[in-house]
Design a protein around this ligand. Sequence first.
Ligand code: SF4
Length: 290
Amino acid sequence: MNAPSANPSPSLDRQSLRPDCGNCFALCCTAFGFTRSADFALDKPSGTPCRNLAPDFSCTIHESLRPRGFRGCTVFDCFGAGQNVSQKLFAGNSWLEYPETKDGMFSAFKVARQLHEMLWYLVEAQERTFDPDSSNCALKLMKMIEQALDGGLEALLSLDVHDLHAQVRSTLMEISDEVRASYFAAGDDHLEPWLTPGADLMGRQLASRRLCGADLRGAYLIAADLRGSDLSGVDLLGADLRDARLEGADLSQALYVTQPQLNSARGNGTTLLPADLMVPAHWGASPDGN
Ligand code: SF4
């Protein structure tokens, strides 16, 4: 791996990878394009402001996004890329004041969002591994990503994200293997063979189950019933948790969970969350977390 050896910035933790919308030029409401769907109630070409966006970069329907058909906006999370691109890469100069910066800023945001998401996973992986080689590998990748983010617009846009993603994925999987193995004793067969990466578990009844150590990376858990289940050490990297029932589930030690996954699921105050993740605002809206 061609990675630098220096450590990432000491300030890099998952709190710094949380969105700060007040310091962002609403890049998620402008850069991406959407086709009208159950998650977004209108067609919006990429690189254009959403018609619900106010001139001060706030959302005019923020308090009623779900009932108005913009559920997707309550699920999205930029992992802190928005404020980074707005305030650091473009020095606080908005695309509204300087329209000629639009294309570069929106393109940079799309790349930076992917890099910030990788950082989110790597911080957790580095914290959870006990293997010094794996830890060092994660640290080097974090440093490489930080350098890419700090290297200016041209360097960011010419980055081989695909290659970087492959390196990150390999490290995350290695650390996942290590972490998940700690949940199995010799001869332990508490998991069925169909609990695999990418498994189709849509609507599956998995309530009150001990799923510890399962590899459910990329699994389709849409509307699955996970109420009261123990998900300690379960790899949920990229798993689709839309409308999954998480009331009473223990995700406190689950691996690679993100805020968008939680935002798309259903839960309530009895759901145990991993550190640095927040209870989605809409979970409190009804007793079943819908
Ligand atoms: S509806 Fe609001 S939050 Fe969603 S894209 Fe439009 S302005 Fe942004």
